[in-house]
Structure formats: structure tokens, C-alpha cells
Design a protein. Structure first.
Length: 364
């Protein structure tokens, strides 16, 4: 009898935590503009309850779930903007079903670290150029074209000795992870994560939620750690290009990218990172979040994997993507996603707050 008490208590706590996890939905249920009102009657007196969601949850679970489904459907239609992006809803539903099946690995890009106070590569390199008086035509052209690999090499070479490492660690130290969508990731993906980011935003987000990574793998160094962690269900983060607090096995400059991916911009599956990405890309569904999916080494790797494999061997992949301002760039990005076998969920240019809303809708 006594042994059953802790288990019952755990059930009550889990039940309440489930209710609390729907905080945003509960806010809509409780909103004054929502026609739902819940009354408590004592004798002849009737009192309107101030928290209808809580009353419904514990008083009429069926009605509560019905209300949640209706609100969720309305929010999905609104947030996914299905009028402008008619395939968004289908791709969203497929992604949600795949996540619930437990076979999706999030692939996190720099976009999720910006809201935590980390700079973009463009702003970081532009600031260093200004700080160290690097204003050659070559440097300006590389910045304008987005060739950050070669610009990184140039900036490091023309900065005072040791300056780059000091500024790199300082500028990419995040300020506040609680305001980033990263805090929702552990509720969606409680095992393995892949990131190209050097910063610690994802690491600290999982730690904040009481789910720290038990293992860290580096793309150039210990890729087998990640490959063995996934089937074991271990919580592991793959820092594909390295970590901010360790210069070893880092992929940052043009020369380092050449060594990691292949010379002259050619992707070689004999090289560490392409070989690792190929095994992952053909084995699991990836969900790209905060990634621009512009033509870089990783995207080129995905394109080559799909081009060299028959269609049925490549799992469905997904991406949460901002629509480029330029229509030509938008059409090119759509075609690139087809070439990578990635199903995009689009959101309008500049409306980055929708990332958090879309992640939340995947949870409820």
C-alpha cells in the first residue's frame, strides 16, 4: 500500500506538468474574448471561475481536449499561413507525426542563437574588420558575397596575434537563453541533437530544462560517439564544426573547410564530415531549424547524397525556413530543398517570432 503512494504522487505531478506544458493554449482558453465561461455553484450562489482552462482540465477533460484541438487547429492555420504556403500544413502534419514516432533529429543553425545575443557571421566579421582596420577590396568583396570561409582566413591573418580567439570566445558568449526558441527543443527532442554552431546556447538550453547532454561529439574527431549514441537512446550533441571553447578539430577557415569536406569545393565522402553526414542523412529524418540552407558545404553535401542515391533510400527531411526577400532567391531555395529531399515549412521574411510558435504547435 505504502509503495503505491509515491507512484500515485508521480502520476499527479506528471498530470499537472502536462497541463502546465500547454500554457500558451491555456492562455487562449482563459482569454476574456473567448466565449467559454466556467461557473461554480454553491447553493443559490453562482461564481464565475477566473481560470476556465484549469477547471475544464480537472472537471471535464473531454471538453478541455476538444477546446484545445479547436484552438490548435485555428492557430496552425494562422501561423502556417496556408493561404500563401499551401503545402505548409501537410508538411507540418507529416513532421509532427514523424516526431511522435521518435525518429527525428533536430539540426540547429545559427538563427536560433541570434536571439540569445550571439552575432551573425556577417556582423561578427564586419565588426572585426572595422576594429582592426581591415578594409581591403578583397575583404569587402568576400563580406558582400557571403564567402565567410575565405574572409575568416583573411581576418585571422590580418588581426593581431591571439586577438581573434579572444574576440571569438567573447562575442559568441550568449546573453540570455530563456528568450530563445531553444528552450522548447528538449520537450520535442529529448535525445540527440546536431548543430553547426560553436556557441553553447543549445547545450545550456537542455541543461536549463534538467536534461543535460551526457555526451558531446565533434564532427572531425569522434563521429562514432554520435552514431552509437542515437540507437542507444543516449542524450548526445554533435558539434559538427567544433566547439567555441576548444580550438582543436574546429572547422572555421577556408583551409579547415577544405580539409574537412574536400579540396576545391568538391565534397568527398572519404572525408570525415561528409562521410558522417551521409550515414546520418540516409538513416534518420532531420529537422533543420535556424538554418538558412544557403549553398554552403553542408547543403552541398546533402545535395550530393541525394543525387548519388535512389529516391527510396533517402528519408524525408524537414526545414523551418524564412522566405527570402528576393523572389529569385526564393525560387532557387525551393529548388534546392527539392534537390536535398527536404520538405520546407515557410514563414514570411523577418517574422522570426513564428519559429517559437511553430515549435510550440509541434508539442501540443
Amino acid at each position: 500500500m505504502n509503495n503505491s503512494i509515491p507512484e500515485k504522487l508521480k502520476e499527479l505531478i506528471d498530470d499537472h506538468n502536462y497541463f502546465e506544458s500547454r500554457a500558451k493554449i491555456n492562455e487562449v482558453v482563459n482569454d476574456d474574448e473567448n466565449p467559454i465561461e466556467v461557473f461554480m455553484r454553491k447553493g443559490d450562489e453562482e461564481t464565475t471561475l477566473s481560470n476556465p482552462s484549469l477547471a475544464l482540465y480537472y472537471g471535464d477533460r473531454g471538453l478541455y481536449e476538444q477546446e484545445v484541438r479547436q484552438i490548435t487547429d485555428e492557430q496552425i492555420s494562422s501561423v502556417l499561413n496556408i493561404t500563401d504556403f499551401p503545402r505548409n500544413k501537410r508538411n507540418f502534419e507529416e513532421l509532427k507525426e514523424t516526431i511522435q514516432g521518435g525518429i527525428v533529429i533536430p539540426f540547429i543553425g545559427a538563427g536560433l542563437s541570434i536571439s540569445a545575443g550571439c552575432p551573425t557571421w556577417a556582423s561578427f566579421l564586419a565588426d572585426l574588420m572595422a576594429e582592426h582596420g581591415i578594409d581591403s577590396d578583397d575583404a569587402k568583396a568576400l563580406l558582400a558575397s557571403g564567402d565567410y570561409e575565405r574572409l575568416m582566413t583573411l581576418v585571422i591573418a590580418e588581426s593581431p596575434p591571439g586577438a581573434f580567439e579572444q574576440y571569438f570566445a567573447q562575442d559568441f558568449k550568449h546573453e540570455d537563453i530563456t528568450v530563445t526558441p531553444c528552450t522548447l527543443l528538449p520537450r520535442l527532442f529529448d535525445k540527440c541533437v546536431i548543430t553547426t554552431n560553436f556557441d553553447l546556447v543549445v547545450d545550456e538550453s537542455y541543461k536549463l530544462e534538467g536534461m543535460p547532454f551526457s555526451t558531446q561529439a565533434i564532427g572531425l574527431h569522434d563521429e562514432f560517439t554520435f552514431l552509437t549514441s542515437v540507437p542507444k537512446g543516449q542524450r548526445c550533441i554533435l558539434k559538427l564544426h567544433g566547439n567555441i571553447n576548444n580550438q582543436n578539430h574546429r572547422v572555421l577557415t577556408h583551409e579547415e573547410y577544405q580539409s574537412a569536406y574536400g579540396d576545391d569545393g568538391l565534397i568527398s565522402f572519404n572525408n570525415h564530415i561528409p562521410k558522417l553526414l551521409k550515414r546520418i542523412y540516409l538513416s534518420y529524418s532531420l529537422f533543420f531549424i535556424g538554418c538558412s540552407m544557403n549553398i554552403d558545404r553542408t547543403v552541398q553535401t546533402f545535395e550530393k547524397i541525394v543525387a548519388e542515391e535512389t529516391a527510396h533510400k533517402v528519408p524525408e527531411h524537414y526545414a523551418l525556413l524564412e522566405v527570402p526577400e528576393d523572389d529569385e532567391a526564393y525560387q532557387a531555395l525551393k529548388q534546392r530543398m527539392i534537390a536535398c529531399n527536404i520538405k520546407p515549412i515557410w514563414y514570411p521574411n523577418g517574422e522570426h517570432q513564428l519559429i517559437e510558435e511553430l515549435l510550440f504547435l509541434l508539442i501540443v
